[in-house]
Design a protein around this ligand. Structure first.
Ligand SMILES: Nc1ncnc2c1ncn2[C@@H]1O[C@H](COP(=O)(O)OP(=O)(O)OP(=O)(O)O)[C@@H](O)[C@H]1O
Length: 321
């Protein structure tokens, strides 16, 4: 449904060229929900703007639903909905009128636009606000209206550039409920950028991580966490000697890595920590080493980014409060 091969984009600036995207290749199948993650300035928005025909690439090719984005932007725009960071409704229009105007811009007849507007007002639970001026909507309602605007022409692919940035946790969760429901009802392909790691982790089936204009990871969140970060097990023993002996035994565990002892503590990284831990504690017990406490730290996508780049995505990418 979405395919990019070797896309690049260089901006000319007074300070010299900025290589915003450097050889991006990706594929998204029909119906997938993909989250695009990365720190500020990684090149996410530039990539999305190229995929949606809003920005010509310096080189490379993007195809949407079989259409070349550069050669056939009109066909591409019929297939996609785009909700950008700065998109939005006119402040003095009423909510339903705004949707109808959008539909008319897509050459829908007035009755069709009106019907579709009412449909979307129901799906996104904006019926009570239908006759209100857009300027009076709350942040969450406004974002839902942005999504409705992007959906007026019934696109098969929805691009969302940071849909939930700036919303409070309740509105974020609510927006997500709507997006997930929409997807269930329509089977739409959704490609979104987000700063929120937990959001990407919980909602997306696939996560793509960008850094310095390049894709550095592309997989299911669970797989990325297992392969690149792993579960961190922390154990405490009665003495340093016991911790040392446990460290020796940990070296025999399959796929145990980053084994580190500090005082009477031992830390190690493994895959599937919860199934490995009871047996390991039992093994230690049988060799006379008693474990006093044990806990497992499940990896996050931030741990994945950290293992790939040595930097924390959380620190570099949190949106301004
Ligand atoms: N029009 C432009 N002119 C010059 N440089 C630009 C332009 N647009 C983007 N850039 C630069 O390209 C790089 C990538 O920017 P982009 O907005 O794609 O990143 P991003 O990952 O979307 O960041 P954010 O999460 O902050 O939105 C940055 O260094 C940015 O300053």
């Amino acid at each position: 449904m979405i395919r990019a091969s070797n896309l690049t984009r260089t901006f000319k600036t007074k300070a010299g060229p900025v290589e915003a995207v450097r050889g991006l290749s990706l594929e998204v199948a029909e119906g997938e929900l993909v989250a695009f993650l990365g720190p500020n300035g990684a090149g996410k928005s530039t990539s999305v703007r190229m995929l949606t025909s809003l920005l010509p690439p310096t080189s490379g090719q993007a195809m949407i639903g079989g259409h070349d984005v550069a050669r056939n932007p009109v066909a591409v725009r019929q297939l996609i909905g785009y909700v950008g960071q700065g998109t939005g409704s006119g402040p003095y229009h009423r909510v339903r009128d705004e949707l109808i105007t959008q539909g008319r811009a897509y050459r829908m007849s007035y009755p069709d636009a009106r019907k579709r507007a009412d449909e979307l007002l129901a799906i996104l639970e904006l019926e009570p606000q239908a006759d209100r001026d857009c300027a009076t909507l709350s942040g969450g309602q406004k974002r839902r209206l942005d999504v409705a605007l992007g959906l007026m022409h019934t696109p098969r692919i929805l691009f969302l550039d940071e849909p939930s940035t700036g919303l409070d946790p309740h509105s974020r969760a609510n927006l997500w409920e709507h997006i997930i429901r929409l997807r269930r009802q329509t089977g739409m392909t959704i490609f979104l950028t987000t700063h929120y790691l937990d959001e990407a982790d919980n909602m997306a089936e696939r996560v793509m991580i960008m850094d310095h204009g390049k894709m550095i990871a592309d997989d299911m969140p669970e797989k990325l966490k297992a392969d690149l970060a792993g579960d961190q097990i922390r154990l405490r023993f009665r003495s340093e000697r016991e911790a040392g002996s446990a460290a020796e035994q940990a070296r025999n565990l399959p796929a145990a890595r980053d084994i580190a002892r500090e005082g009477n503590h031992l830390t190690l990284t493994v895959n599937k920590g919860e199934s490995l831990l009871p047996g390991f504690i039992c093994e230690l017990h049988n060799s006379g080493v008693e474990t006093q406490s044990a806990n497992i730290h499940r990896p996050t996508l931030d741990d994945v980014f950290l293992s790939l780049t040595g930097r924390s995505l959380r620190e570099t990418a949190e949106p301004p409060a």
